[in-house]
Write a protein that binds this ligand. Structure first.
Ligand code: ADP
Length: 747
C-alpha cells in the first residue's frame, strides 16, 4: 500500500511516533499483536515505542517507555502472556496520573497509542484521549512541556485491540486470547472425560466468564458436555435441578459413562441468583447419589502458547492498528476487531458502551435480549447443545414421513469428521428419521455397505480424530454410477450427506450430473467441507484446517527450539495439495520469512533472491531462518532441492535442515473450532436434506461458511467455481493476507 499521509490531503497529520502497551488481564496472542505493531511501524517508517507494565508504565515514564525495533520482537510470537508486562494502575484513574502519562509521551514525541486490553483499559485510554489537549495545556502552563512540542502534538490518536479471554467485547467476533482459552478448556475437559468415564463419575467444571458464557458454551459443544449453565440464558424453570438430574440419570441408563456439567463463573438462575459449582455438585450428589468432583480451571485458561488462530488474528489486528493510526489519524478512538471474517474498525466508545449494556441487561434479568445481543450462532449453539445432551431423541411426530438418510465421507481424513457425523446422526434421529452410514466413502455407497446408526453409536465421537466411518478418494465413474443408483433405490435412500474434501465433492457432482439417466440420483446430496487443505469452493474455512494448522504450528515451535546452535535455517514442507492456505497461515502464525505457495509457484531466480537475502541477513546477525513450502509448489524445486541449494549457496553462514511434516497434519483430535464448526454445519446440512427430500424438485448443494453465516451453493455450480487444472477454488479470499505475511517477515 502506498504510504500517503492524510495530512497530504489536508486531514490531520500522521503521528510522529507511536507506542504500544498491553493492559488489564493478560491474554495469549498479545505478543503476536505487539510484534505486528513493531514490524508494521518499521515497514511504513513510523517509530514504535513499547510501554512496559501497561498503563502504569505510561504514568511512570523513564525506562518504562523504550524504542521497540523489529529485532526486539523476534522470537515472541509463540509465547503466551505478554512480554511487555501488564499491571492494574490506580494512578491512571486520576487526572494527575494521566497528566504524568501525557508528559512522558511528549518526552518521546509520541502522540499515538495502540492499547491492547479489556474494556477497562480501553475506557481509560479513551478518557486520556479526550483530556489530551487540556492535559497538554496544563503541562505547558506548569513549564513541564515546551510550547513548541505541545503545538506539534495537538491530539492523541488511540486504537484499541481487545485482549480478553472471555470473548466478551462488542465490535469483534473474537477477542485476542479467547481461542487459546478454548483450547486449554477443551484439552482439560477431554482429559477429565477419560478419567470420569473410567470411574463413571460426575464432574462439575467451572470456567471463566462473569457476564459472558462464550467459553462455557463453546467448550460444552466442543467437548460434548452433558449440561451447561451460562449467564445469558439461565435454566427456564425453577425446578431445573430436578430436570438436570433426570436427564443425567437417563443418560446413565443408556450407557453414558461420564457426566460433565460446565458452569460459567457468572451462571445464575432466572431470578438472578448465582449458581455455583459447589451448588451443582451438591445437587448431583443428592439427585444422582454419585461421587461428584469439581474442577475449577482457573488461570490455566489464560496460560500456555497461543493457538494458531490467536497468532494470526493478533498479527492481522496489530498490522491493521498501525495502518489505522498512520492513514486515518485523529478523530475518535477506534477499536480494531474481526467481524464476519474481516478486519474492521469501529468507534471504541460505542463498543465499550454496548459491551456494558449486555452486562446490565443480564443484571436486569432480560435474558432474551442478552441472547439476541450475543448473535445468531451463539443462540444456535445453545439450541444444539440441548439436542445433544438428550438421552433419547424426541418421539417422532405422528404422520410425518420417516426419511432414510445416509451419511458418508469422501477424500482424505480430516479432524472433525467424526464430530460432524455425530451431530448429523443425532439431529437426523431427533427429527424422527433413520440415519444410515456408508463405510469407506463412495465405495461403500456403490457396494451397499450400509449400517444403521443409533443415538449411542456416535457416543464420544465429538473429540475423536480420524474418520470412524472410513473414507476413500473413490469417484464413481462409468458403470459405478449405475451401481450407486441401484443401491440408493434398493435401500430407499431419501438424502445423502457427504462430509469430506475434494474427491468427495467430485464424486457427489459425478452422481448429480447423471441424474437424468438414473431417477434414483435425483435424491438430494449435500456436501459438507471437511479437508485440512481448505481447498473447497464457497467456504472460507473447511473442517480440519484449523486442527492441521495448530498441529503445524506446534511442530514448527519444536523445530525452532531444536536449533540450539545459532545459524540454522529450516525448510518445512506442509500439506495442502494445490492450495497454499496451510502454508500461508502457518507462515503467519510461526513467523516464517518466506512461504512458497502453489498459487504463485517458484522460479530459480526467486530462489536465488531468497538465498542472497538470507546470506545478507545471517551476515547481519540473524540466528534462525524459517521457510515454509507448500507440497505442490513445483515438481522440480522440491523441498530437498531448496534445502540443497540453500546449503550450497549459504556461504557457510548457516546450516540448513529440512522437515517434511507429513501425515501428522491429518491426524490428532479436532481443535475446538473444528468441533464447533462441524457441529453447526452438520446440523444445517441435515435440515437442508430433510427439506429437499420432501420437495417437489429436490436440489443438491454444498454448504460453506461465508462471513460467519452458512450458505448453500447448488452442486451444479461446482465446475464453474474451481480452477480448471488445479485442485483449488477460483476465489480464495485468504490470499489477500499475503502482503501482511511479507511485511511481518521482512521488516
Ligand atoms: P481490563 O482492561 O482487562 O478490563 P481493568 O478493568 O482492570 O482490566 O482495567 C485495567 C486498567 O485500566 C486499570 O487498572 C486502570 O488503570 C485503567 N482503567 C480502567 N477503567 C478506567 C477508567 N474508568 N478511567 C481510567 N482508567 C481506567
Amino acid at each position: 500500500m502506498p504510504v500517503q499521509s492524510p495530512g497530504d490531503r489536508g486531514g490531520p497529520a500522521r503521528p510522529t511516533s507511536l507506542a504500544v502497551l498491553t493492559s488489564g488481564g493478560d491474554a495469549a496472542g498479545m505478543n503476536a499483536a505487539v510484534r505486528a505493531v513493531a514490524r508494521t511501524g518499521a515497514h511504513i517508517g513510523l517509530p514504535v515505542y513499547a510501554v512496559i507494565e501497561g498503563l502504569q508504565g505510561l504514568v511512570d515514564g523513564g525506562d518504562a517507555i523504550r524504542l521497540l525495533t523489529s529485532d526486539d520482537v523476534g522470537g515472541i510470537l509463540h509465547q503466551g502472556g505478554t512480554v511487555l508486562g501488564t499491571a492494574r494502575c490506580e494512578a491512571f484513574r486520576t487526572r494527575d496520573g494521566r497528566r504524568r502519562a501525557a508528559r512522558n509521551l511528549l518526552e518521546h514525541g509520541i502522540d499515538a497509542l495502540v492499547v491492547i486490553g479489556g474494556d477497562g483499559s480501553l475506557t481509560g485510554a479513551e478518557i486520556f484521549r479526550e483530556e489530551w489537549p487540556g492535559l497538554v495545556e496544563e503541562l505547558v502552563g506548569a513549564g513541564d512541556v515546551d510550547p513548541a512540542v505541545a503545538a506539534a502534538h495537538p491530539r492523541l490518536t488511540i486504537v484499541g485491540l481487545v485482549g480478553s479471554i472471555d470473548n466478551d467485547m462488542y465490535g469483534t467476533d473474537m477477542t485476542i486470547g479467547a481461542d487459546t482459552a478454548l483450547h486449554r478448556i477443551t484439552e482439560a475437559i477431554d482429559a477429565i472425560h477419560s478419567t470420569a468415564s473410567s470411574h463413571q463419575r460426575s464432574f462439575v467444571i467451572e470456567v471463566m466468564g462473569r457476564n459472558c458464557g462464550y467459553l462455557a458454551l463453546m467448550s460444552a459443544v466442543a467437548a460434548g458436555a452433558n449440561w451447561v449453565l451460562i449467564p445469558e440464558s439461565p435454566p427456564d424453570t425453577d425446578d431445573w435441578a430436578e430436570t438436570m438430574c433426570e436427564t443425567l440419570a437417563e443418560g446413565r441408563q443408556i450407557g453414558r459413562r461420564s457426566n460433565l456439567v460446565i458452569v460459567a463463573e457468572g451462571a445464575r438462575d432466572r431470578h438472578g441468583r448465582p449458581i455455583t459449582a459447589s451448588q451443582v455438585k451438591e445437587i448431583l450428589e443428592e439427585g444422582l447419589g454419585e461421587d461428584t468432583r469439581i474442577t475449577s480451571l482457573g488461570h490455566v485458561q489464560r496460560g500456555g502458547a497461543p493457538s494458531a488462530f490467536d497468532r494470526y488474528l493478533s498479527t492481522l489486528l496489530g498490522h491493521a492498528a498501525v495502518e489505522q493510526l498512520a492513514y486515518s489519524p485523529g478523530g475518535e478512538s477506534k477499536l480494531i476487531g474481526i467481524r464476519e471474517n474481516h478486519i474492521v474498525s469501529s468507534p471504541l466508545t460505542e463498543c465499550v458502551e454496548k459491551t456494558r449494556e449486555v452486562a446490565s441487561v443480564i443484571a436486569d434479568r432480560d435474558y432474551d435480549t442478552a441472547m439476541d445481543m450475543r448473535g445468531g450462532s451463539f443462540r444456535d449453539s445453545f439450541r444444539m447443545i440441548r439436542t445433544m445432551v438428550r438421552a433419547h431423541p424426541h418421539a417422532p411426530v405422528p404422520g410425518r414421513r420417516r426419511l432414510r438418510l445416509v451419511v458418508l465421507h469422501g477424500g482424505g481424513p480430516a479432524p472433525g469428521m467424526n464430530t460432524a457425523v455425530r451431530v448429523a446422526v443425532r439431529v437426523g434421529i431427533d427429527l424422527g428419521h433413520t440415519v444410515l452410514a456408508a463405510r469407506r466413502g463412495f465405495r461403500g455407497l456403490k457396494n451397499g455397505d450400509f449400517e444403521e446408526m443409533d443415538w449411542m453409536s456416535v457416543s464420544s465421537w465429538v473429540s475423536r480424530g480420524g474418520a470412524e466411518l472410513g473414507t476413500s478418494r473413490f469417484i464413481p465413474r462409468g458403470d459405478d454410477v449405475e451401481a450407486v443408483a441401484s443401491q440408493l433405490e434398493a435401500h430407499q435412500i431419501d438424502g445423502v450427506l457427504m462430509i469430506g474434501g475434494w474427491s468427495g465433492y467430485q464424486a457427489a457432482y459425478a452422481l448429480h450430473s447423471r441424474r437424468h439417466e438414473y431417477p434414483a440420483l435425483t435424491t438430494p446430496i449435500v456436501c459438507l467441507p471437511a479437508s485440512i487443505n481448505n481447498d473447497l469452493p464457497r467456504s472460507e474455512i473447511s473442517i480440519g484446517a484449523d486442527t492441521a494448522l495448530n498441529s503445524i504450528v506446534t511442530d514448527v515451535d519444536k523445530i525452532k527450539q531444536s536449533a540450539v546452535a545459532s545459524g540454522r535455517c529450516f525448510v518445512v514442507e506442509v500439506m495442502g495439495r494445490d492450495c497454499g492456505y496451510l502454508a500461508l497461515m502457518s507462515g503467519l502464525a510461526t513467523g516464517a520469512e518466506r512461504v512458497y505457495l502453489p498459487e504463485e509457484g517458484v522460479s530459480l531466480s526467486d530462489l536465488q533472491t531468497d538465498v542472497t537475502d538470507l546470506r545478507e541477513r545471517f551476515a547481519g546477525g540473524k540466528r534462525l531462518g524459517l521457510f515454509i513450502r507448500s507440497e505442490h509448489v513445483d515438481d522440480i524445486y522440491t523441498t530437498s532441492f531448496i534445502h540443497s541449494l540453500f546449503q550450497r549457496e549459504g556461504g557457510g553462514l548457516f546450516e540448513v535442515r529440512q522437515a517434511i511434516l507429513g501425515h501428522v497434519q491429518q491426524g490428532g483430535d479436532p481443535s475446538p473450532f473444528d468441533r464447533t464448526q462441524a457441529t453447526r454445519l452438520a446440523s444445517e446440512c441435515v435440515n437442508y436434506l430433510v427439506e429437499q427430500a420432501v420437495a417437489e424438485t429436490p436440489a443438491s448443494a454444498f454448504i460453506g461458511l461465508q462471513s460467519r453465516s452458512v450458505e448453500f451453493t447448488p452442486l451444479d455450480e461446482l465446475p464453474s467455481l474451481i480452477e480448471p487444472t488445479a485442485h483449488r477454488p477460483l476465489l480464495q479470499e485468504w490470499m489477500a493476507l499475503r502482503p501482511v505475511a511479507q511485511i511481518m517477515a521482512r521488516s
